[in-house]
Ligand binder design. Structure first.
Ligand code: NOJ
Length: 551
């Protein structure tokens, strides 16, 4: 039986305004993205996740929506979206949209109506308090940039709740009409060709807020409802939750009954694996990954992890201990301006790893070897860097570097007009790091990513199989794990330290002669039985033990 598409997908995350401009106004747009679908198809991605594309005052990069049924005019029109969806589908690429419905922009007509008129039908679409909430300075998400979670609104004469910035009032999810409206929004985009949604800030959507009272139990009936509704409208559409919560909580996002069927989100971001991957890289020690894989909560069958190394936000290390976080910070964000919110790093991966190619390969090989569906952010495939002169998380949103020219092939406008400046200084400048030159170079990172993605797509057991960490006498730096599935069995070796090792695999028996499908170097032919294998510093070897049944 063929597996569900999201279990074998390779997801690519695009910031549309930074990707490709088609009309010379200096801002990337949907038509520009459409014109680059062949590039994405050649790279091998099967799903594109678009960061928010709706009209928005852009005070939080579109995560402050002012119209859920429209397209930000800078990015194009609804017609352009449908054309993108059509062209993508022709290339076997699906689209996921960010659904940001914990809050709206304060400019959204719903909020404007709610605050201006106590009798407005939208008044109870938001969360109000007549008294000053005693906990109004608690529960801050953006320390340093946000000071409160309840703000007094002069027009409304009341306090309104906002989990994030004060320009992002929270929707009131106990209001029936809000639930119905959001289902309509989902239905609208599914009709236009989306294949699902990334649910922004999922736990905060489910929380029930009362002033001065600790949030009660989460209201998971919202997720039950969404799943049913989405699936009823489009059988193969998916819900992917952003939920950076404790491991015990995670399975509830996928199944109503413990151990029950997958009747909530199809996918969850693997925040736990993300932080531990970085810790393992920082320490050159496989132990955090061994622990993380052992402690990985069991999700409902058919539910899936979405793995990532870097996304559009800061690298969030809040779930590590102080000592662990300090180790990661010291190694990858030694300067204060590389850090943000006392918990994270606002850098891209390549500069964090000092542009060290072998280490970059190791990091991404590891991510793609983790259980789940890999998610890759635009520009990572060529090793783009960050611009720390830009404020906050803007640093990792510079325009895609298509070629080595002054405009980096991003737009025909004058670079002064660009939505964000092209990265033009340092070792990661567009002149030095760009798609044009990497395409011409067979040994480039881009070529390597094309190969990685091809191999992963040929190894469905990574997406669907059961992971097991092998208990072998190994150096601390080495992780050996395997995936077993009807589709096949694969053994994965990764060395987190820059010191060559030999790994004794004589106790690992395969039913077929092993074959190497991917490695950091040519290690020569494998014997018909596994023996002692060499592994270079920061090396990796993926060895197929059994070809399974794909029929
Ligand atoms: C999570 C998003 O990933 C982040 O970028 C945004 O600032 C917050 N949600 C608020 O919407």
């Amino acid at each position: 039986m063929s597996e569900r598409w999201y279990k074998e997908a390779v997801v690519y995350c695009v910031e549309v305004d930074s990707f490709q401009d088609s009309n010379g106004d200096g801002c990337g747009d949907l038509r520009g993205l459409t014109s680059r679908l062949d590039y994405l198809s050649r790279l091998g991605v099967t799903c594109v996740w678009l960061n928010p594309i709706h009209p928005s005052p852009q005070r939080d990069n579109g995560y402050d929506v002012s119209d859920y049924y429209g397209i930000d005019p800078r990015l194009g029109t609804l017609g352009d979206f449908v054309e993108l969806a059509t062209q993508a589908r022709q290339r076997g690429i699906r689209l996921l949209l960010d659904l940001v419905v914990n809050h709206t922009s304060d400019q959204h007509p719903w909020f404007q109506s709610a605050r201006n008129d106590p009798g407005s039908p939208y008044r109870d679409w938001y969360v109000w308090s007549s008294e000053e909430p005693p906990d109004r300075r608690q529960g801050i998400v953006f320390p340093g940039e946000q000071t409160e979670t309840w703000t007094f609104d002069n027009k409304a004469g009341q306090w309104y709740f906002h989990r994030f910035y004060d320009f992002q009032p929270d929707l009131n999810w106990s209001t029936r009409a809000v639930r119905e409206e959001v289902k309509k929004i989902m239905g609208f985009w599914l009709q236009l060709g989306a294949s699902g949604f990334r649910i922004d800030a999922a736990p905060f959507v489910l929380e029930q807020v009362t002033p001065g009272v600790d949030p009660g139990p989460l209201d998971f009936s919202i997720l039950d409802d969404w799943r049913q509704d989405v699936q009823w409208r489009t059988a193969d559409a998916v819900v992917l939750c952003e939920a950076n919560v404790s491991p015990e909580e995670l399975p509830k996002y996928c199944a109503a009954a413990p151990g029950g069927p997958n009747d909530r989100a199809h996918m969850l971001f693997a925040f736990g694996i993300n932080a531990r991957l970085w810790l393992a890289l920082a320490r050159g020690d496989a132990e955090p990954l061994v622990e993380s894989l052992a402690a990985l909560p069991k999700l409902a069958a058919m539910a899936q992890w979405a793995t990532f190394l870097r996304n559009h936000d800061e690298l969030d290390l809040s779930r590590l201990t102080d000592e662990q976080r300090n180790d990661v910070m010291r190694e990858f964000a030694p300067k204060q301006d590389m850090r943000i919110y006392n918990r994270g790093i606002r850098r891209r991966l390549a500069p964090m790893l000092k542009g060290e190619r072998r280490r970059i390969e190791l990091a991404y090989a590891l991510q793609f070897a983790m259980p789940g569906t890999p998610v890759l952010r635009y520009g990572e495939e060529i090793g783009m860097g960050e611009d720390l002169r830009l404020p906050g998380r803007e640093s990792i949103r510079t325009p895609m570097q298509w070629d080595g020219s002054r405009s980096a092939g991003f737009s025909s406008a004058s670079p002064a007009e660009f939505v964000r400046p092209i990265l033009s200084r340092g070792a990661f400048a567009a002149r030095l790091v760009n798609i044009g030159s990497e395409r011409r170079d067979n040994g480039s990172l881009l070529r390597w990513f094309e190969q990685l993605i091809r191999v992963v797509r040929e190894c469905p057991e990574i997406g669907v199989g059961e992971p097991t960490v092998l208990d072998l006498p190994l150096p601390r730096s080495v992780l050996v794990h395997r995936f077993d599935a009807p589709e096949g069995t694969i053994l994965l070796l990764h060395n987190l330290a820059d010191v060559a090792v030999t790994v004794d695999l004589r106790s690992v028996a395969g039913s077929e002669p092993p074959s190497e499908v991917f490695a950091d170097a040519d290690y020569g032919p494998l014997a018909t039985k596994l023996t002692e294998l060499d592994l270079h510093g920061w090396g990796y070897r993926w060895i197929r033990l059994r070809r399974g049944n794909r029929g």
